[in-house]
Ligand binder design. Structure first.
Ligand code: C2O
Ligand code: CU
Length: 432
């Protein structure tokens, strides 16, 4: 990552569209072409894809345990499908063409309906030619509100992404360029974060919900002007808040923070050449009412307790530039096969606990995402660690996970570097 490869960053705040609340009401998302001022004011505007005339799409705020109904209308001139990333929902609502649904054709509407079982920070995005539709902007935040929200003054979503753009603001159309597919994937030369609110006061206690919506970029992020703690990963509360240090978000990963504002607040992507500003959060005035006590954990997630694993599978990532040869017929492979095969990588009984070793035998990091479930990362000491729906495995490393497969259906397991996914790094599991 070379800072000089980037266009100048912005310091004005880009604001997310106002949230849309899901309780009772039926939500509606219309996929359509939009024009957005992504580059600094005065530079060219960008023709993109989005939802409800905006990019990112509107923040959907829904309640745990209450049914959400979302009509997705396709206003594009190609098919689409929408995936509700990280929500442990019914298989037929998962939004994966070929595996769980037919494409939503142009001018058609599909109704998605599900009951979110977990509170937390999630997001939605296109799951059809996603390496291109998401890169063009088809994504937005999906927040499942807490039954008992933490004591904070503001709850702010920080959605980050990057785009490959000319100085005139036009997107370069090289979404599936083979060279980038075989390397780190389509990567932007401009990055920024969109905030759901642009102002706070000194002394405020704020919840920040960071979402990496980029197609391929891993964001190392530093938040300045705050002191606080990490309270959730991929939507799931940590049992103990963790000290805030530099954060690393693989594509699709989320991190929730609770922080106290102590100075001017900035979000920086850390690069070898120094920080690159993603967004500023303006600070004006002082909150004199806030008593800054200790930061408490969020309510614990309600997931099944893993049993002794009844299967131990290995998924080896293969291929790409500088990678070993494999027998798959695409650039990347899992266990010597590229793309979706007729047989699943794993077949599980409903409720079965399984251990999987992800082996990265390639020269690139991969963020592996399992649909329909969260899983525990096994930490370096062999202990059951964080709950995740996407785990980052660096080159030549491996990671074990433990998952209770308790959601029946056919679920994708793929690299969330979307260029790698289209390059073959996709498989599926079956839970019967
Ligand atoms: Cu964000 Cu296949 O998923
Ligand atoms: Cu990958």
């Amino acid at each position: 990552m070379n800072r000089r490869q980037f266009l100048a960053s912005v310091s004005a705040t880009a604001i997310l569209p106002k949230p849309t609340f899901g309780a009772q009401d039926r939500l509606r998302l219309k996929a359509e072409a939009v024009t957005r001022q992504i580059l600094p004011e005065g530079d060219g505007a960008t023709a993109m894809l989005g939802f409800n005339k905006s990019m990112p799409g509107p923040e959907l705020r829904v309640r745990r345990g209450e049914r959400v109904t979302i009509d997705v209308e396709n206003g594009l001139d190609e098919g689409t499908a929408v995936h509700w990333h990280g929500i442990r929902l019914e298989n037929q609502m998962d939004g994966v063409p070929m595996l769980t649904q037919e494409l939503i054709n142009p001018s058609e509407t599909k109704t998605y309906s599900f009951v979110p079982p977990d509170e937390g920070t999630f997001w939605y995005h296109s799951h059809y030619i996603s390496y291109e539709q998401v890169a063009r902007g088809m994504m937005g935040p999906l927040i499942v509100e807490d039954d008992a929200p933490p004591d904070v003054d503001h709850d702010i979503t920080v959605l980050m992404s990057d785009w490959q753009m000319g100085e005139d603001g036009s997107l370069t159309e090289e979404f599936s360029d083979m060279h980038s597919v075989a390397h780190g994937g389509y990567m932007g030369n401009f990055a920024r974060a969109f905030l759901s609110q642009d102002q706070v006061q000194t002394g405020d206690r704020v919840r920040l919900r960071l979402i990496n919506a980029a197609t391929n970029r891993i964001f190392p992020v530093a938040v300045s002007g705050v002191s606080g703690a990490v309270v959730a990963l991929d939507g799931m509360a940590l049992s103990e808040p963790r000290p805030l240090a530099e954060l690393v978000l693989a594509p699709a990963q989320r991190v929730d923070l609770i922080v106290d504002v102590v100075g001017s607040v900035g979000f920086d992507m850390m690069t070898r050449q120094g920080p690159y500003r993603l967004a500023d959060l303006a600070v004006s005035g002082t909150n004199t009412n806030r008593q800054a006590g200790p930061i408490m954990a969020l309510s614990p997630p309600q997931l099944p307790i893993p049993a002794e694993p009844s299967q131990h599978l290995t998924l080896t990532m293969m291929g790409g530039a500088m990678g070993r040869r494999h027998n798959g017929d695409n650039i990347w492979a899992f266990n010597n096969a590229s793309d979706l095969q007729a047989d699943p990588f794993g077949s599980f009984q409903n409720g079965e606990t399984v251990r999987v070793t992800f082996v990265n035998d390639t020269s690139f990091p991969h963020g592996i995402h399992l649909h329909g479930h969260h899983f525990y990362e096994v930490d370096k000491k062999g202990a059951v660690g964080d709950l995740r729906d996407t785990t980052l495995v660096n080159a030549d490393e491996s990671r074990d996970i433990i998952c209770v497969f308790d959601n029946p259906g056919r679920w994708l397991l793929h690299c969330h570097m979307l260029s790698h996914a289209v390059g073959g790094m996709r498989t599926w599991v079956n839970v019967a």
